[in-house]
Design a protein around this ligand. Sequence first.
Ligand code: HH2
Length: 282
Amino acid sequence: MATIWQCGRFEFDLERPILMGIVNVTPDSFSDGGQYDSAQRAIDHARLLIEQGAQILDIGGESTRPGAEPVSVSEELDRVLPALEALGSNNVALSVDTCKPDVMRQALKAGADIVNDVTGFRQQEAVRVVAEHANCGVCTMHMQGEPRTMQHAPTYDDVVQDITKALLASAKRLQDAGISANRIALDVGFGFGKTVEHNYTLLRQIGSFVELGYPIVVGVSRKSMIGAVTGRPVGERVNGSVAAALIAVTLGVRVFRVHDVQATRDAMAVWEAVTYGPEEKK
Ligand code: HH2
């Protein structure tokens, strides 16, 4: 199991769980419903997530939900750069959620510590951009197909084996370009070209991904796999999402991409108290 994750200015000790708070600077993300569609609102929301205990902010300017409108490079930069600039002095790592090499390049120049690519660095240019940076973290995620069509009958021979192979191939491409293994985190990509059954098989067996030796990022927060088994709409999936994160931490996952930082933090505090002994907070 990985013990550290090198992310630009930060080196995360993966003994303890790390929360990556989601900051959407998009008018159309499925879960915020456009609430944080301006940079200023996103920045205010990010500050709240920091107070609640986020150690990483994952800033995204393009929704990846099925059917979302594509966004140009300049529009995406207009959304994410003000947030990166405003949040750079908060002692929190800044991640940029993008699959565009030009956005990655500008975001890294503006101080981003992590590049999170939901397409798993499919574009060789994206690999080059992160390889040129001395020590940024990278999160490479598995997605079957393209966002617009990925939920049309996704199929696998063996979902765990197939995704393991794809993630190891992605890590190898990054390492072949000169990125050290301790900078690379893997993410199975819950909901990205997966049925509810696939998602729960992956969660049940997430420990086998932990054994690959890279930090594993889990992003299940408010997703349809939570809605599918609770019957709850997006705004009422916090309890189910926290339950899934808690299951993942017991299986060795240490990095959680979440909307509900406070609720997840509290659950992790209880897990840490059981695992390491209680530290009382006044
Ligand atoms: N999920 C979304 C976006 N980025 N990145 C990683 N590494 N893992 C994920 O599971 C993941 C991700 C979902 O994106 P979107 O549909 O825009 O919704 P939101 O950003 O509100 O989660």
